[in-house]
Design a protein around this ligand. Structure first.
Ligand code: SAM
Ligand code: DTB
Ligand code: SF4
Length: 330
């Protein structure tokens, strides 16, 4: 599609049911990236405003429930046992420890609590403990999310029965670049897990990482892949690589903030009803850079001082930024 054709697409005032159904492909997403920056942000804002209160930012708090010693070789990750990252390994936390962290997250205003485990995927014997965590966190009145890796048949159903709302499983990058970053599992493995999650009736959280040495075309390809999931993920985390010393991607060149914001805008426009989360890497951005991402259509963040193994902006800093921008957390 040409830029002119893109620009002449129906305005969001057209009723959703009357809008033409678009199947995105790499070239149509690339055409978004190629728009003049202000045109791209304008379209992203139109899309956001057609579907969301633009002043409301969804907040999820993360907790690593099992840290490090992971069998996989994801080139960006501090938790792979193949890389010397100096990470302190932590076996599965107790339900009480998780519950205390969830209660604190709720008291501090988070709406969703996301529990992450450094597993290729959970073993059958791991699941009952996670099921108990989900049940108890849910009983606090929080939305629940877990990210446990590749699922086997039946596991998504067990999590759904426990009261799980979301399963996070990122496609992370373009299918054609994935093998440059991870060799111990495949893109198809990840797509298969997303299918299982959907079939079990869970909501999907899936996004990716920018800044792993991929090209713009790869970024567009990731966005097209996410947007063409049927239905698209309800939640789309866009992570900016946090370079971890000791990993193969430790010295990846940072992507400039405008390219990162273009990726957020492309996610917003292609997945109009999804929450697009400005995710890892926010600590490395100043207030103006984060604001650019909100203007590009991000309407969700990780809230709390820690991600999984790296740090996130202090809550007070986020609260001050929200006040300054007239945003409110939900
Ligand atoms: N082991 C599970 C898996 O791989 O799906 C769940 C945990 S894994 C740490 C969750 C996600 O965190 C990854 O898919 C990746 O998108 C993100 N992530 C991990 N390390 C990162 C880093 N250094 N910078 C940015 N994002 C990162
Ligand atoms: C996601 O897309 N980002 C979060 C969450 N889903 C699990 C994880 C970010 C991890 C950043 C690096 C770390 O703290 O280890
Ligand atoms: Fe393991 Fe997940 Fe890290 Fe890959 S991203 S090494 S699967 S924890």
């Amino acid at each position: 599609m040409t830029n002119a054709a893109l620009a002449s697409q129906p305005a969001p005032s057209v009723k959703p049911s009357l809008r033409p159904v678009l199947t995105w492909n790499v070239d149509t997403v690339l055409a978004l990236y190629d728009l003049p920056f202000a045109d791209l942000l304008f379209r992203a804002q139109q899309t956001l405003r057609a579907h969301f209160d633009p002043t409301a930012i969804q907040r999820s708090t993360l907790l690593s429930i099992k840290t490090g010693n992971c069998s996989e070789d994801c080139g960006y990750c501090s938790q792979s046992k193949r890389y010397q990252t100096g990470l302190e390994i932590q076996s599965l936390l107790s339900t009480e420890q998780v519950l205390a962290a969830a209660q604190a997250a709720k008291d501090q205003g988070a709406g969703r609590f996301c529990m992450g485990a450094a597993w290729r995927g959970p073993r059958e014997k791991d699941l009952p403990a996670v099921v108990a965590m989900v049940q108890e966190v849910k009983a606090l009145g929080l939305e629940t999310c877990v990210t446990l890796g590749i699922l086997k048949d039946g596991q998504a159903e067990q999590l759904k029965a426990a009261g799980l709302d979301y399963y996070n499983h990122n496609l992370d990058t373009a299918p054609e670049f994935y093998g440059d970053v991870v060799t111990t599992h495949t893109y198809q493995d990840r797509l298969d897990t997303l299918k299982k999650v959907r079939t079990a009736g869970l909501k999907v959280c899936s996004g990716g990482i920018v800044g792993m040495g991929e090209t713009r075309r790869h970024r567009a390809s990731l966005i097209a892949k996410l947007a063409n999931l049927d239905p698209p993920p309800e939640s789309v985390p866009i992570n900016n690589l946090v370079p971890i010393p000791g990993t193969p991607l430790a010295s990846s060149e940072a992507v400039d903030i405008f390219e990162f914001a273009r990726t957020i805008a492309a996610a917003r426009i292609t997945m109009p009803r999804s929450y697009v989360r400005l995710s890892a890497g926010r600590e490395q951005m100043n207030e103006a850079e984060q604001t650019l991402c909100f203007l590009a259509g991000a309407n969700s963040i990780f809230y709390g001082d820690h991600l999984l193994t790296t740090s996130n902006p202090q809550r007070e800093r986020d609260n001050a930024l929200f006040t300054n921008l007239g945003l409110h957390g939900v």
